[in-house]
Design a protein around this ligand. Structure first.
Ligand SMILES: *Cc1c(COP(=O)(O)O)cnc(C)c1O
Length: 411
């Protein structure tokens, strides 16, 4: 080859350049490997290489050094053994449901679950002959009563999306385990930091089967990446999920994987900062005349507070751990227009979906459209959810104060 090198055309030489940099490069961040095609040394290697595990590389969709490293670090964060990466948190939920359910099966979803999970379960899964049933996550006997011989999967969320009620997660998992039903937790709120999803009792005897995480939130931390993960501790269960992941082609881009790898080392610090600021502001909101209820699992009196204390209370040297989210119920004597004006009147809280980034966010919600089952624990009124960013708490408090005053002034 070498003797004929000079006779080759320039275009060929730059494509088939044989320079290899020296090996042994070590830096804090792993390299960003980008590939659809992966090159095999020969046909025999192509025939024998396994796409299903991390013993080698076959195609970009099945993994690169960059995605393998991110998967392993996420397993460490959540206490799992296997991981697949998907293009969003919602895709992670879909990957689990479609991998595990078939026509004739039933799936149970909490009535306070992340809205698009409920929507997908009730509408899309029905197209495949799968029946979704909603259950009251605050009542383990309600869950137990809805499990039938056709139930194959139970979704869990701790706490519920938007309304943030904290369920008795160990009790719910125990009910499913006794009946041989697979459990999948949407662990986006806990993020692997507030509690250990695969070890709910601290002695390794009880955990969920699957943990799904919207990496879009705290692991990415910038409000600029969409990604999700599905983590397991059982090779057979992982393989079911991995097979569907392959059939649907749910790969992630290397640059997005890199963005998450870059933010991951600071997740503990950020989570704690979001938590501290959110708890301070939630307490302050409890004192405001226009607010009739504050929903934050770490606040005594908030629905499921005792279950939060049991599961998350020991973290942070006994201060407990929580994500930087809370919701308030505005006194129903105020109109929707006033609530909207309150949200519009905020300067540092931007109106937008998602959470986990540096910027504080606010969003009004209509509870009536969101729930099928009764919610006696929730005060009537308009719900407003806050996601606390990384701004100084006193500036956020000042902002809330000025907009509350403007929007809800007696007139
Ligand atoms: C945001 C979120 C998701 C979905 O994540 P995306 O990446 O936006 O699809 C799922 N579950 C919960 C609890 C979330 O907050």
């Amino acid at each position: 080859m070498k003797d004929t090198e000079q006779t080759l055309d320039l275009t060929t030489r730059i494509v088939h350049h044989d320079y290899q940099p020296p090996s042994g490069f070590v830096a804090p961040q792993p390299g960003v490997f980008k590939a659809s095609t992966v090159i095999f040394p020969n046909v025999a290697a192509m025939r024998t290489r396994e796409w299903k595990d991390k013993s080698g590389y076959t195609y970009g969709l099945h993994g690169t050094p960059t995605t393998f490293i991110l998967e392993e670090r996420l397993c460490a964060l959540e206490g799992g053994l296997q991981c697949v990466l998907v293009p969003s948190g919602l895709a992670a939920i879909g990957n689990v449901s479609l991998a595990l359910l078939k026509a004739g099966d039933e799936v149970l979803v909490p009535d306070n679950a992340y809205g698009p999970n409920k929507g997908m379960s009730v509408a899309t899964l029905a197209h495949f002959g799968i029946r979704a049933v909603l259950y009251d996550a605050l009542d383990p006997t309600d869950l137990a009563g809805r499990i039938t011989p056709a139930t194959r999967l139970v979704w869990l969320e701790a706490p519920g999306s938007v309304t943030l009620e904290f369920p008795d997660l160990p009790a719910l998992v125990r009910i499913c385990r006794e009946r041989g039903v697979t459990t999948a937790l949407d662990n986006t709120w806990g993020a692997g930091l507030a509690f250990a999803p695969f070890d709910l009792t601290g002695d390794g005897s009880l955990g969920v089967d699957i943990s799904v995480h919207a990496l879009t939130k705290y692991p990415s931390g910038g409000g600029d990446v969409l990604m999700g993960s599905v983590i397991t501790r059982d090779p057979a269960l992982h393989m079911q999920i991995k097979l569907l992941h392959m059939h649907l082609g749910l790969g992630v881009g290397a640059n997005d994987a890199e963005a998450v790898l870059r933010a991951l080392p600071s997740i503990g610090l950020r989570y704690r900062a979001h938590d501290q600021a959110a708890r301070g502001l939630a307490l302050w909101m409890q004192q405001q005349a226009s607010v009739v209820q504050v929903l934050h699992p770490a606040l005594p009196g908030s629905p499921g507070h005792v279950h939060w204390s049991t599961l998350c209370g020991a973290a942070n040297e006994g201060q407990g751990a929580a994500a930087g989210l809370f919701s308030v119920v505005i006194d129903p004597r105020h109109t929707q227009a006033q609530v909207d004006a309150f949200c519009d009147g905020l300067r540092f809280f931007k109106i937008g979906y998602s959470w986990g980034g540096p910027m504080s966010l606010v969003m009004p919600y209509d509870l009536h459209g969101m729930r099928r089952l009764p919610t006696p624990h929730l005060h009537p009124g308009t719900l407003v959810r806050f996601s606390i960013g990384l701004e100084a708490v006193q500036d956020l408090r000042m902002d809330l104060e000025q907009s509350l005053r403007q929007a809800f002034a007696p007139r």
